[in-house]
Design a binder for this molecule. Sequence first.
Ligand SMILES: Cc1cc2nc3c(=O)[nH]c(=O)nc-3n(C[C@H](O)[C@H](O)[C@H](O)COP(=O)(O)O)c2cc1C
Length: 330
Amino acid sequence: MTELATRWLGLELQSPLVVGASPLTDDLDALKACVRAGAGAVVMHSLFEEQLVEEQMAAHRFIDSRINMDAEARSFFPESEVFEMGSGSYLQRLELLRRSLDVPVIASLNGISTGGWTGHALELEAAGAHAIELNLYDLATDPSETADSLEQRQLAVVRSVTEQVSIPVSVKLSPFYSALPAFVAGVEAAGARGLVLFNRFYQPEMDLDELELSREVVLSSSAELPLRLHAAAMLYGQTSLEMAVSGGVHTGDDAAKAILSGATAVQVVSAILADGPGALGQIHDGLIRRLSDMGYRDLIEARGALSMERAPNSRTWERLNYARLLHGWK
Ligand SMILES: Cc1cc2nc3c(=O)[nH]c(=O)nc-3n(C[C@H](O)[C@H](O)[C@H](O)COP(=O)(O)O)c2cc1C
């Protein structure tokens, strides 16, 4: 049987399967069941830059309001929800998960600009996070901002987090970079240890009857996986960052494909949200079955076996495959 124990971000994991960032953070029983079913680590849902900045602003406002502001001036500021959404409860949750789960707990930050909010990374480390996953969910909407300036801003955020903590930091990327390998090299130079491929973009659906946008989260399917597999296979051997695939892993075979493409860890969210922790158990068993059938003793043997590392000229290889695929259609 294939041995699934592995190391992700320098952490010892019983398996490469990781419960990805999601509301499962708030369901300790479900997380325990995931660990029993074979999860090697859990990622908490994200603390957002906007949330942390708002918290700091509200704290200032609160103090100011006690000192010297008259009622009219105060009325310019919206009421804060700081005491409902504070980072304090996140830290408490982190401490609880640390005490209750015997697998690594990875905290998550989500932000796009440098600033005081990144200081919260230090609090996450102090509260016992084994690692931090930094989600760069950032969409270009300003025609005057170039790709380069947007990427430099993102790399500055990575640097400002990695510089503050001694625990490992992984960076969760969007799939849409013109030159992903070059950006990944920048992420590595900025001190990150791992990559999470990829974020999902939540395109709102249009409600034509009501003429409004509906913001329902649609869970993924395995159809989202190939984009991730392609990126992992292309980056494997080109970066010393470890890679986790996130998005579209629903079966043991999906997880096997991620490993064979070069991933060290495989994150799962939608499958668990849809079918409960048992789904993770099935992925776990299916992964062992598949890799054992293929004759791999452990993940080191399997990792990257289907990567593009051995393709001598990946651009030519890509172009040829593309042309062959289109011409071969019947
Ligand atoms: C309801 C829900 C909440 C999520 N919350 C977060 C979050 O707080 N931070 C984050 O980085 N990703 C978040 N994600 C994205 C997941 O971590 C994951 O990357 C994505 O769902 C793709 O994986 P999947 O196909 O296994 O669902 C969330 C996803 C869902 C469905």
